[in-house]
Design a protein around this ligand. Structure first.
Ligand code: GTP
Length: 235
């Protein structure tokens, strides 16, 4: 196996499947099955999930809502997704713990780094909810932060695109995919991988980011097994 401990970043939007809003149970259960395969290989898996399928603070602010208020709603949305993913994983027989950056003790454990690591060592999937617990930060930043804290080998950003391209592959059929690219080149070429806060945090801490297509069955397992899937951003 290429990695021992990974931080998987899933977007909230991806959970919608073909819906316009909310959670598609089929998509959720497909993700749970993919994650189960990786856990079965002995890989330690931590997950950060976004909340954009339910609410985005930035979108709220664009409509005149107070940004902090909107971001708090977004953080709660990630907890809803975390609970849904936890249920789906448990339906597959995978042991999980949900830890949240905002305390909702009756619902989930508070985030405690040492406890999270212990859970991972015991083979439990740890889902981190509520982002970083602070407004103005994205769940990508939360993913990088948690990945560094738990000493993950890499952050795997599951998207609907199979890597990083020189131009948007959904708009230009001649787009060329990078197999590997350096952090510096991503910035120089003006490519969008994550927001800059998340991206520079990753670069400074030498945490590789792998962007891959999470919606193709078997991709996650192939990736952790060392197959060239997606694009690796590294120093
Ligand atoms: P180990 O003792 O390392 O095996 O971990 P553990 O998670 O099994 O032990 P713990 O006694 O901490 O937790 C038992 C159960 O209670 C687990 O399902 C936890 O997720 C849950 N739990 C622990 N702390 C909290 C909390 O603050 N809030 C909620 N809602 N659940 C919690």
């Amino acid at each position: 196996m290429q990695y021992k401990r990974i931080l998987l970043k899933l977007s909230g939007e991806a959970l919608m499947g073909n819906r316009q809003y909310g959670i598609d149970p089929n998509r959720l259960s497909e993700y749970a099955k993919e994650i189960k395969e990786v856990v079965a290989k002995g890989i330690e898996v931590a997950i950060v999930i976004g909340g954009g399928n339910i609410f985005r603070g930035v979108a709220g602010a664009a409509n005149g809502m107070d940004r902090v208020q909107g971001d708090h709603m977004g953080m709660l949305a990630t907890c809803i997704n975390g609970l849904a993913l936890q249920s789906a994983l448990e339906d597959e027989g995978v042991h999980t713990r949900l830890q949240t950056a905002l305390e909702i003790k009756e619902v989930a454990e508070p985030y405690i780094k040492r406890k999270a690591i212990r859970h991972l060592e015991k083979g439990r999937v740890v889902i981190f909810g509520a982002g970083t617990g602070n407004p103005y930060f994205t769940t990508d930043t939360a993913a990088v932060l948690r990945a560094i804290e738990i000493d993950a080998n890499a952050i795997l950003k599951g998207t609907r695109v199979d890597g990083i391209y020189n131009v948007d592959p959904e708009k230009d059929k001649d787009a060329i995919k990078f197999e590997t690219i350096t952090f510096k080149d991503v910035i120089k070429k003006g490519l969008k991988v994550m927001d800059m806060t998340a991206f520079t945090l990753s670069e400074e801490n030498k945490l590789p980011i792998i962007v891959f297509d999470m919606n193709t069955n078997g991709n996650l397992l192939k990736l952790v097994s060392g197959e060239k899937i997606g694009t690796i951003v590294d120093n």
